[in-house]
Design a protein around this ligand. Sequence first.
Ligand code: PXL
Length: 279
Amino acid sequence: MKNYPRILTIQDISCVGQCSLTVALPILSACGAETCILPSAVLSTHTGGFSGFTVRDLTDDIPAIAAHWQKEGILFDGIYTGYLGSIPEIGYVQDIFRTLRREGAKTFVDPAMADNGRLYGAFDMAYADAMKPLCFGADVVLPNLTEACLLTDTPYRETYDEAYITELVGKLQAAGAGTIVLTGISYSPDRTGVVVAGDGRTQYYSHHRIDRTCHGTGDVFASVYIGAALQGVPAFEAAKLAADFTVSSIEATVAYPEHWYGVRFETQLPALIQALQTL
Ligand code: PXL
């Protein structure tokens, strides 16, 4: 690992549930980055399967935190946003993109608002529309298929062919997207993978599909991708590394049905550090 980037990640703290900041912090640290955080909200758990969770939205705290950093001259080499709390917060994040970047800094947006054809419980179509300028203004956008459909007003399909994905990528590019890292793309029942589009080409990496859906895999994938990218790993290689890490984390979880709420990614961190050391 040759770089020591300072990254800011803006997403919620789900106190229990292995997603968002509790995933991004350890993974980005393992990737050798100084990891700074800006919590968008504090929830007792994530919203995917628990009931009665508490939510404290931190939208109103963000401008003063950002202003303090600006006053102190604190700037970042990378800014990575995930699950945010409100539409005004999306605007504040756009301000942060403008004001807190070191020269050459990269911005990464995981829309983190939907999966499996549905918006997460806290969000509506107005939120999905408000995410568009943030996603299309970032250097790298990392949507899953559902989010890519929402961002391009495309009907979501459970089964599709390469032409459908090519059209979707074309619509994201026409809307102004930078590098596109599109996850959960599957052309056959036993395989799934990631499409990477940027620098004038589109590439696809597939791996076997594990018959288990896990919460937080999008956050695990994005954190590894971004950690690797900030170490100078090219987009397609970073996507492969992130996909392989996500697969091995899910594999480390399948034997534990009581662990339905997240992925046991921690045991895979030594292998990730080793892989990054050899790149
Ligand atoms: O991993 C995405 C995510 C992040 N944060 C919260 C969530 C979810 C997905 O459901 O509920 C609070």
